[in-house]
Design a protein. Structure first.
Lengths: 245, 322
């Protein structure tokens, strides 16, 4: 099995998000960056499949040099080598083009990534890569098992699950419970320093979307407290004050 | 050039999130002076119901009536939508975010070299170029995004635009897509799906429970309140991790993001990851024993009390008020 895992470099999910430069840039001061939480599931499953079936896992990130510690963490978790495409990932189409260009040369059996990045939440890149390569793309995948060259999967749909089978190659957007997150051990961290990390320059068309400014959600008014003994009053407030019911 | 809008079907009815997308597309069509058509794939919607999409303001509904589209096979869906997009010489595709909508949007965008914006929360600003507001950082912020390609695809978050239905009828036009075996490469072997209940991602009202409910055997009181309200049920991440509730009910950063009118949280402390999934709710009610629970800071109404005591009281009060 030759597996490509695409990872994002995003603020930890507990981060407080603020912006600078007239609300045009993410304020990175004090933020801790991690492998995207969904990508972490994809990477963990890829490493498990490699351990079961043999093969290789390549980690790929589209990002500037600041993402290299995150890529090294993926190598510490069990990827064999890594590719960084040296450009800021701001447009899904452009990112997908970069991944598809690498995949066309390397013929991966499986291309895994998170269902969406936790910064822009688009959930678009896996589908675009699938279309660019002319192979199936499925997301969000919560179970993946291999039987020869056939992948058996469960995909979450609104109100339930869909079970699928498809022959490799495939592109999958992953989420829990596809695997448990792996914590890198000391041996992994030591060996990650020596694993190859190739830097590639971007190619392809101009970006099709452009971020202009950011806005914060409106600040909530103070919470109105109701005594537990008078809980029934809530229904009146929802009807007459909030005008919802 | 025209605008197309994708209408998904659930249990023999057009999905409410898709009908919101139709209203959005119709309003956008008025602003841009472009004709708007809706399209439906597969044969789950009766002829009357196809024509009734006209109540939301479209004059034409394109019906891809191939039986092979009765199952939602992503590649076949994307192939069909691409063909409709080309045939109609459309330059804008509008759809509601969903497990199918997202997949179709991405594949059609890759083929059409379209600019795609997801999590769009309101109508675009057309005053200079084409700019949309979209949710980013999992509900913690918004980005104003400019779409620079000739063709554009908008995947809408729930509540981006709503309009009450009128009384129109659409002309239904049959369409036969050209599909190959390769489009059906991923085979759906089985589907497990709740029926007869409100789907969580498109629910206007949601009642959620957390670890404070102590065990799956206590979910009856959540379900009773939800039933009385006509709400969907949700839960926190620990609850789905513990297997008390199925993962498709998990609301939060790594689960379902909801944007209902009303979100009632019982026994959920309000970790930042949970708040990220509910922050676009219009009104939030928090019920928690701990007055220091962080969720109260994000709430509109708070009740400090035991969910075991408060939830049944709310159900009773609701029954009494009818």
């Amino acid at each position: 099995m030759k597996i490509l895992v695409c990872i994002t470099h995003v603020p930890d999910t507990t981060s407080k998000i603020t912006f600078t430069d007239n609300e045009t840039q993410l304020n990175k001061d004090g933020l801790q960056f991690v492998i995207g939480p969904y990508d972490d599931y994809a990477l963990s499953r890829a490493v498990e499949l490699k351990e079961q079936l043999g093969g290789t896992v390549t980690a790929l990130n589209v990002g500037l040099v600041e993402t290299e510690p995150t890529i090294r963490k993926a190598l510490a978790i069990g990827a064999d080598d890594a590719i960084r495409i040296n450009v800021e990932p701001t447009d899904a189409f452009f990112v997908a083009e970069q991944i598809a260009a690498v995949a066309k040369e390397e013929n991966y059996d499986l291309i895994l990534m998170g269902r969406e990045s936790s910064d822009f939440n688009g959930g678009q890149v896996h589908g675009m890569v699938g279309e660019m390569l002319g192979i199936p793309s499925l997301s969000p995948i919560g179970h993946l098992d291999m039987e020869g060259t056939v992948a058996k999967m469960a995909r979450e749909i609104e109100g339930g699950k869909e079970y699928l089978e498809a022959t490799l190659p495939l592109v999958l957007g992953c989420q829990e419970p596809i695997a448990e997150w792996k914590i890198p051990n000391m041996r992994g961290i030591m060996s990650a320093r020596k694993k190859p990390l190739k830097v590639v320059e971007p190619q392809g068309e101009a970006q099709k979307t452009k971020g202009i400014t950011y806005e914060m959600p409106p600040v909530k008014a103070e919470c109105k407290m109701i005594e537990a003994d008078n809980a029934a009053e809530l229904i009146g407030f929802l009807k007459n004050e909030a005008k919802i019911l | 050039m025209s605008i197309l809008v994708f209408v998904e079907v659930n249990e023999g009815e057009a999905r409410s999130s898709s009908l919101e997308a139709v209203s959005y597309a119709v309003e956008l069509g008025k602003q841009m002076d472009k004709p708007v058509s809706a399209f439906v794939l597969g044969n789950h919607l009766s002829g009357d119901k196809l024509a009734a999409i006209g109540n939301y303001g479209v004059s034409k509904v394109i019906h891809a009536q191939d039986d092979r589209l009765n199952d939602g096979v992503i590649q076949a869906y994307a192939q069909t939508v691409s063909q409709i997009f080309d045939k109609e010489s459309a330059d804008i595709l509008v759809l509601a975010k969903s497990s199918m909508g997202d997949a179709v949007a991405a594949r059609v965008a890759a083929r059409a070299k379209a600019a795609l914006a997801s999590n769009v929360t309101e109508l675009p600003d057309l005053s200079a170029g084409f700019k949309v507001k979209r949710g980013v950082y999992t509900g913690k912020a918004f980005q104003i995004t400019e779409l620079n390609a000739d063709k554009k695809i908008l995947a809408l978050r729930k509540g981006a635009y709503t309009a009450p239905p009128g009384a129109g009828t659409a002309e239904v036009e049959a369409f036969s897509p050209s599909l190959e075996d390769a489009d059906f490469g991923a085979k759906i072997t089985k589907t497990d799906k709740i029926t007869g209940e409100v789907l969580l991602p498109e629910a206007d009202l949601v009642v959620s429970g957390g670890r404070g409910l102590k065990g799956p055997e206590n979910w009856g009181m959540v379900e009773e309140l939800a039933k009385e309200l006509g709400a969907a049920t949700g839960c926190s991440k620990p609850v789905s991790d513990l297997g008390w509730r199925p993962h498709h009910e998990h609301v939060g950063q790594t689960g379902v993001k909801v944007s209902p009118q009303l979100y009632i949280a019982a026994g959920i402390s309000g970790a930042i990851q949970h708040l990220a999934g509910v922050s676009s709710s219009k009104c939030i009610v928090v019920i928690n024993k701990d007055p220091e629970a962080p969720f109260f800071k994000a709430a509109d109404y708070g009740i400090v009390g035991d969910a075991f005591d408060v939830l049944p009281k709310l159900t009773e009060a609701l029954k009494a008020s009818k």
